[in-house]
Design a protein around this ligand. Structure first.
Ligand code: 48F
Length: 254
C-alpha cells in the first residue's frame, strides 16, 4: 500500500468532524475527565445514554496520574472495591483494609473501559459558558483550550444536552459560571458556591456522596466539585469517593 499524506489528513478531519457533529446533540454532557467524570461517563454509556465528555487538557485523568505528591499510587477504601473490580483494575490490599492501585493502570483502564462502553471523549476543549433556557441548563459553550491559552479573540461553539455534569474537580468551573452569569441561584444554603474546606479524608469522602446531586436545574455535580459547591473538606489522594460519586450521579440521571 502506497501511503498518501493528504489522504491521511483528510481522514483525520473527516473523522473528527463526523464525531463532533454527532455529539452536538446528546443526552448527557460531562465537563472534566478526572476519575469522577470518567466513571460517570462509563456508567451512563453502559445504560445506553448518548454521553460526551469534554476535557480541557491533552490527557484525561485529572488529578489521578500523580497519586499523592507524584508518588503514583492511588488509595481506595473498601466501598469502592466493587467499581475497581468492574473495571478489572488490579489492587493490593493493605493490612488496614485499604486498597492500593497503580495510578497509571487506574487512569488508563477507566478511560479505555469508558470509551469502549460508548463514552465519547473530546480532549483539548474547554467549557467556557453554559446555555440556559427557561432556568434550565440545556447545553455547553466550547472553545479550544489553545485559543483560551493564547488569549485569542475567537468565538466559541455550542452543543445541546438534556443535562450537564460538572466534574471539574476543585475548581467547580461550571457551577461557578452559573453563579457568575445569573447570580446566586444554586441549590446550596446561600445560592452561592460554599467553597472547599481543609483536608479531612474521612469527612471529605463521606460528604462527597451526599453532595453528589443536582445543584441547578439541568446541572449535576460530582467528584471533588461536589464538595467545593456544597462546602465540605478535601480528601487528598484517596480516590474511592470520586468513583462512587461518578457512579452515583449516573444513577441519579438514569
Ligand atoms: O481534578 P479532577 O481529577 O476531578 P475529580 O474527578 O477528582 C479529584 C481528584 O483527582 C483529586 C482529589 C480527590 O482524590 O481531590 O483532586 O473530581 O479532574 C477534573 C478535570 O476537569 C478538567 C481538568 O482539566 C481535569 O482534568 N476541567 C476543569 N475545568 C474544565 C475542565 C473546563 N472548564 N473544561 C473542560 N475541562
Amino acid at each position: 500500500m502506497k501511503l498518501d499524506d493528504v489522504t491521511i489528513s483528510k481522514m483525520i478531519v473527516e473523522g473528527f468532524t463526523k464525531d463532533f457533529l454527532d455529539y452536538m446533540e446528546c443526552d448527557v454532557a460531562i465537563v472534566g475527565g478526572g476519575p469522577a467524570g470518567m466513571t460517570a461517563g462509563y456508567y451512563l454509556a453502559k445504560k445506553g445514554k448518548k454521553v460526551v465528555l469534554f476535557e480541557r487538557k491533552l490527557s484525561i485523568g485529572g488529578g489521578m496520574w500523580g497519586g499523592g505528591m507524584m508518588f503514583n499510587k492511588c488509595v481506595f477504601q473498601d466501598a469502592a472495591k466493587g467499581i475497581l473490580d468492574e473495571f478489572s483494575i488490579r489492587t493490593t490490599k493493605s493490612s488496614d483494609g485499604y486498597y492500593v492501585t497503580d495510578s497509571i493502570e487506574t487512569v488508563s483502564t477507566i478511560c479505555s473501559k469508558a470509551v469502549q462502553k460508548g463514552l465519547k471523549i473530546f480532549n483539548l476543549i474547554s467549557v467556557e459558558d453554559v446555555m440556559i433556557r427557561k432556568e434550565n441548563i440545556t447545553g455547553l459553550v466550547l472553545n479550544w483550550t489553545s485559543v483560551m491559552l493564547a488569549g485569542l479573540h475567537v468565538d466559541p461553539l455550542t452543543i445541546r444536552s438534556k443535562c450537564v455534569i460538572d466534574a471539574t474537580g476543585h475548581a467547580a468551573e461550571v457551577a461557578k459560571i452559573v453563579v457568575r452569569k445569573i447570580g446566586k441561584k444554586l441549590n446550596t444554603t446561600t445560592g452561592d458556591i460554599l467553597g472547599e474546606k481543609p483536608m479531612w479524608a474521612d469527612i471529605g469522602e463521606k460528604s462527597i456522596l451526599k453532595n453528589t446531586k443536582k445543584c441547578y436545574p439541568g446541572l449535576y455535580v460530582c467528584g471533588m466539585a461536589s464538595n467545593a459547591v456544597f462546602g465540605a473538606p478535601r480528601m487528598g489522594p484517596i480516590f474511592g469517593g470520586m468513583l462512587i460519586s461518578g457512579k452515583k450521579v449516573s444513577e441519579m440521571i438514569s
